[in-house]
Design a protein around this ligand. Structure first.
Ligand code: CA
Length: 53
C-alpha cells in the first residue's frame, strides 16, 4: 500500500489513488478497455491484489 507522503499513515485518499493506479495498470495487462470490468474480471483483479499485498 502506498503511503505517498511517507507520514506513516495510509489515508483513504492515498488508498484510492493507489487503487486507481493499480486498476489502470492491471486492466491494461488484462486487455480491458475503459474504466469498467466484468465481475469475473474483477475477481481476477482481486486475486492479484491479494497476491501483491
Ligand atoms: Ca500518508
Amino acid at each position: 500500500m502506498r503511503d505517498a507522503d511517507n507520514d506513516g499513515i495510509v489515508s483513504k485518499q492515498e488508498f484510492l489513488n493507489t487503487m486507481s493506479k493499480v486498476w489502470d495498470a492491471r486492466a491494461k495487462k488484462m486487455g480491458i478497455q475503459g474504466d469498467r470490468m466484468k465481475s469475473a474480471e474483477f475477481d481476477e483483479f482481486a486475486k492479484y491484489l491479494r497476491a501483491d499485498a
